[in-house]
Structures are given as C-alpha cells and as structure tokens.
Design a protein around this ligand. Structure first.
Ligand code: G1P
Length: 285
C-alpha cells in the first residue's frame, strides 16, 4: 500500500460571502484567533504526515504563497529588535514542500482537484478544504490516515448533520457500519431537500486514489453545473474500496459568517492566555 504523501488544497474560490473583507485578500487568509484559515489546514496535513502541500490557487491569491515563504525584511527587523521568531515556525517549509498550480476558471471543486493531477501523479493523495476548520485529537486527516493504513482504498471524513441541512453538502448513501467506519455505497452532491440518502455529509477531508483523476478527466458537470469531486468519487465506488470515517472532534464551517465567528470563540476559549478574559466578557454579555 502506497503511503499518502501529498495533499491538495483547493484555494481558488472568490470568497464572495465575506465581502468586502475578501476583496483584496484571499478568504483563506481570514484569521481565526491568530492564524489564517490556510494555516489550520496545512498544520493538520503536516501533523498527519503529509510531505508536499499542493495549493490550487487563482488570480489574487499570492498572499497564500507569501505566507509560507521567508519574509526577509520582517525577520531581519524582528531579530534586530531581539524579538523571538517562534510565531513564524508554522509557516516554514523547505523549498518544494509547498507548490501551487492555478485553476484558471472556476469550474468546480472536481476541476480544482484535477488541476493538480500532474503534481499528484500515480499515488494516493489527500484533499483538505480550508474553509472547514476541524479540531480533534488526533486531528481529522490523521484519523483518516490511520484508517487508510489499515484498509486502504478511498477514505473520507463524514459527519452527521440535521436532515434539513443535507442539501448544502455531499451526502453518503451508507452501507455496513462498524463503529466509526461506514462502507460507502453511493454519494450525492447537494441532494434536493427531502431526497438525501442519509444525514451523513462530507466535511471536506478526503484520501483518494489517483484513479479519481481519470474520472475527472471526462469533465462531466453535476450539481450547479460544476465539475463535482463528489460525482467523480461516486464513480469509483464498486471498483475500489470506499469508506467513511465519522470524525471524532469539532467542525467549524468557516465558509460562512456564523461558523467563522463561532470558530474564533471556540478556539480562543481553548487558549489559556485568552480564555479567562473572553469567558468573562461572554458571561457579562
Ligand atoms: C464542497 C463539496 C461538498 C462538501 C462541502 C463541505 O461544497 O462539494 O461535497 O460537503 O464542500 O464544506 P461547497 O461548500 O464548495 O459548496
């Protein structure tokens, strides 16, 4: 079984839900406490053993590459002032460990992943959607890697949501269940209200076999007229093992404002230096 060494981060989206905040900065640079969203996803991948991060970017997304580059002027100034460079540690990667490729047109998540096909090559790879901040111990991708190392094939994170929310997501048609593991019989992207095969959704963490790129090559359009990753994955079912792992942890949907504000509260309450002041403020409120 080949190890999972590469991860794809689709980061070409325009972030229109957060305008005007995202007019001149990528939405993945919005901060939760003191880290941009992209940092949470990259940290999660690195902790899960990923060696190469592949950003699928677009025009105006240069800040994402700058964030993981050396900031010469900043470091020289900080050193000169005797300040610790420790806060920059998570942004350090050797050359080649972070690469990017452009998605030239917004044709969907499946198309974004397909744009990374030559860098991914013939090996299994992870996909992480940075809008979703997943907090768990071990982290979400690590939970998937642990299962992948046992059973191989395709392994995706799943989570239960209230039935009235399933139309917003990719949804699983579940087969046999064994603890947190669910055999996947089918997948539907954004099922119409009342038609979802279950309330088990895909929160944006995947380990996929490279054959999914061949399916994406066909550029078939699905929900919303977009090339959907969910549809391409669905076509692998039956030809390769496909399992869902119910994530043990908390999910924050930072692709929308309420989830984003809640993520800031939840994560700041986990910080010893901030929690007492924030708790006191909230209690007062
Ligand atoms: C994407 C995926 C969907 C998944 C969701 C998680 O949808 O297509 O399957 O459930 O992310 O956030 P989007 O949020 O891009 O509409």
């Amino acid at each position: 079984m080949k190890p999972v060494r590469k991860a794809v981060f689709p980061v070409a989206g325009l972030g229109t839900r957060f305008l005007p905040a995202t007019k001149a900065i990528p939405k993945e640079m919005l901060t939760v406490v003191d880290r941009p969203l992209i940092q949470y996803a990259v940290d999660e991948a690195r902790e899960a053993g990923i060696e190469q991060m592949i950003f699928v970017t677009g025009r105006g997304k240069g800040a994402l590459e700058d964030h993981f580059d050396i900031s010469y002027e900043l470091e020289a100034t900080m050193r000169g002032r005797g300040k610790s460079l420790e806060p920059l540690e998570p942004t350090r990667f050797p050359p080649g460990a972070i690469v990017s490729v452009r998605q030239q047109e917004p044709l969907g998540l499946g198309h974004a992943v397909w744009c990374a096909r030559d860098i991914v090559g013939d090996e299994p790879f992870a996909v992480l959607l940075p809008d979703e901040v997943m907090v768990g111990q071990p982290n979400c991708l690590r939970q998937l890697v642990d299962v992948y190392e046992r059973i191989g094939g395709n392994v995706v994170a799943t989570l239960e949501v209230p039935p009235e929310e399933t139309h917003r997501y990719g949804v699983v048609d579940p087969g046999k269940r064994d603890g947190n593991l669910t055999e996947i019989r089918g997948l539907v992207e954004k099922p119409a209200q009342g038609t979802a095969p279950s309330n088990l959704m895909l929160p944006g963490r995947y380990i996929l076999q490279p054959e999914v790129m061949q399916v994406l090559d066909r550029k078939e359009k699905g929900a919303g007229g977009e090339i959907q990753l969910t549809d391409a994955m669905a076509q692998l079912i039956g030809t390769q093992p496909f399992h869902g792992v119910t994530f043990d942890g908390a999910r924050h949907d930072c692709g929308e404002k309420v989830g984003f504000v809640i993520a800031n509260l939840a994560l700041s309450l986990q910080r010893e230096d901030m929690a007492p002041a924030i708790r006191a403020y909230l209690a007062n409120l």
